[in-house]
Design a binder for this molecule. Structure first.
Ligand code: SAM
Length: 222
C-alpha cells in the first residue's frame, strides 16, 4: 500500500485544517448567519425591485439572500468563497424551492462571478473586513454593476462599546491575529474613496445604529 505524503498531501491537510477551523469559527455564529435583523434591514435599504439582478457578496448562509428572494421576484447571485457555506446555501435554496430566484456561486469581493454591467444592486454585509484589496473590490464592483445600479457595503461596528458583542469581539481580537477573527479594521472613508476613484458617484459614508447595533456603511451609485 502506498501513502502519498508529498507536497499535494500536505497542501490538502493544510486546506482541510483551515476549513475545519473556519467551520468551528463560524459555527458559533450559526443562527445569526442563518437569519439576522441587520441583514433584513440591509435588504430594506437596498430595496431591490421585481426583475432586478442582485449580488449578495460573502453571502454566508444567506441571511440577506433569502429575505430578498423570499420577498420579491428578483434574481440573486449568492457569492461565497467557502465550500461548506455554499453547500448549506444550496440546501436552503432547494428546501425553499427558490431555484428560479437564487444562484449560488463561488467567488470573492476581489473576483466576482458576474458578467460586466449585469447587476442592479450589490451588497456586502459584515464581509468587507475579509477583503484583502479594497481597490480591487471597488474595480470589480464598478465592472459588474449596471449604469444607475447601486452598491451598499455595511459592517457592524464591533469596536463601538455600545455594540452588544463588543466584549466578545475584543477578547477574540486579543487571542487571534488573523483577520477572520478581527472584524474591526476597515476605514470606511477610505473605502468610499476607492469607490469614487473606481467611478461611482453619490458615494455616501455613514455611521449609525441599525437594527439596534452600531454600523458603518457606504452606499454608492454607478
Ligand atoms: C461574518 S460572515 C457574513 C455572512 C453574511 N453576509 C451575513 O451577514 O450573514 C463573512 C462571510 O464573508 C465570506 N468571505 C471571506 N472572505 C471573503 C472575500 N474575500 N470576499 C467575499 N466574501 C468573503 C466568508 O466566507 C463569510 O461567509
Amino acid at each position: 500500500m502506498s501513502h502519498d505524503h508529498g507536497p499535494h498531501h500536505e497542501a490538502r491537510l493544510a486546506h482541510d485544517r483551515s476549513t475545519i477551523k473556519a467551520m468551528l469559527g463560524y459555527g458559533r455564529h450559526f443562527f445569526e448567519l442563518w437569519s439576522s435583523d441587520i441583514n433584513a434591514v440591509v435588504v430594506d435599504l437596498a430595496d431591490p425591485q421585481p426583475g432586478m439582478a442582485v449580488l449578495d457578496i460573502g453571502a454566508g448562509l444567506g441571511a440577506a439572500t433569502f429575505v430578498a428572494a423570499g420577498r420579491r421576484d428578483v434574481q440573486v447571485i449568492a457569492v461565497e468563497p467557502m465550500g461548506f457555506m455554499r453547500n448549506i446555501l444550496k440546501a436552503r435554496v432547494a428546501g425553499r424551492r427558490l431555484g428560479s430566484r437564487v444562484t449560488v456561486m463561488e467567488g470573492t469581493g476581489e473576483h466576482l462571478p458576474a458578467e460586466t454591467d449585469s447587476i442592479d444592486v450589490a451588497w456586502m454585509v459584515n464581509v468587507v473586513h475579509h477583503v484583502s484589496d479594497l481597490g480591487e473590490a471597488a474595480t470589480e464592483l464598478i465592472r459588474v454593476v449596471k449604469p444607475g445600479g447601486r452598491v451598499l457595503i455595511l459592517d457592524e461596528d464591533f469596536a463601538d462599546e455600545t455594540h452588544p458583542k463588543f466584549e466578545q469581539m475584543r477578547k477574540r481580537h486579543h487571542q487571534h491575529d488573523d483577520v477572520d477573527e478581527n472584524p474591526i479594521a476597515i476605514d470606511f472613508e477610505m473605502l468610499g474613496n476607492h469607490l469614487r476613484e473606481a467611478g461611482f458617484s453619490e458615494v455616501i459614508v455613514q455611521a449609525d445604529r441599525l437594527a439596534g447595533v452600531p454600523t458603518r456603511r457606504v452606499a454608492a451609485t454607478r
